[in-house]
Design a protein. Structure first.
Length: 222
């Protein structure tokens, strides 16, 4: 179990550890992997669009997406969604709006947001709940769903453990980082979760830095 998944963890530790996650995203390619999928989706959006980031953490992904969209003539309004009120308060200025709640019961109408994303969030859920999260993201999205996560690898786990000392990670970040990698997915596993949730086989990409991503046009039933 990851320490940050424990609701009783000190908020200051949560904030510090999530800042380490953001640094790791920059160094090892997590942010870039998510943006590869998001930027592809932005090309098909109107000049004013919306993005919901589930498990937004430090909101580094929506902040990047907003900046990229602005450079390409699109006004992107972002909504950060997280279970942690402390994270939402601390990084409030990175999103246009924030909502605290349960990712398995997203409080948004069907097809109400253009892009719905989650980055390094899905591995926190057991398979049954992961399918529910996929279903909820698909329900809320109007144009595109984006999932970016970790690709399970002993090599990656060992490399992160060693790099965490050089990067001066908090001990909680060091522990949770290794656990996160080992709770990550293979290409087949992520494909299976999405396909079993939606009845649609996604295209899954292996990205640098032991990342894995997928995106798809929402499947909406009448």
């Amino acid at each position: 179990m990851e320490i940050l998944d424990d609701a009783s963890t000190d908020p200051a530790t949560v904030i510090r550890s999530m800042q380490d996650v953001e640094r790791a995203n920059k160094v090892f390619g997590g942010a870039g992997a998510a943006m590869r999928e998001i930027t592809g989706a932005l090309a098909s959006l109107p000049k004013c669009a919306t993005l919901l980031d589930v498990g937004t953490g430090t909101a580094d992904i929506p902040a990047r997406a907003k900046a990229f969209a602005r450079e390409h003539g699109t006004t992107l309004k972002t909504i950060g969604f997280d279970v942690s009120p402390a994270l939402l308060r601390h990084f409030r200025n990175r999103n246009d709006a924030v909502v605290v709640g349960d990712a398995l019961k997203l409080p948004f109408d069907d097809a109400s947001v253009d892009i719905v994303t989650c980055s390094q969030v899905l591995h926190h859920f057991r398979e049954h709940d992961a399918r529910i999260l996929v279903t909820e993201m698909n329900r809320v999205a109007r144009t595109c769903v984006v999932i970016s996560d970790l690709r399970r690898s002993i090599v990656a786990a060992g490399g992160l453990w060693m790099a965490s000392f050089l990067l001066n990670f908090h001990p909680v970040s060091r522990h949770d980082g290794v656990v996160s990698v080992m709770r990550g997915f293979t290409t087949e596993e992520l494909t299976g979760i999405v396909q079993s949730a939606l009845g649609k086989k996604p295209v899954v990409h292996r990205r640098r830095g032991f990342r894995i991503t997928t995106s798809w046009k929402p499947v909406h039933t009448q």
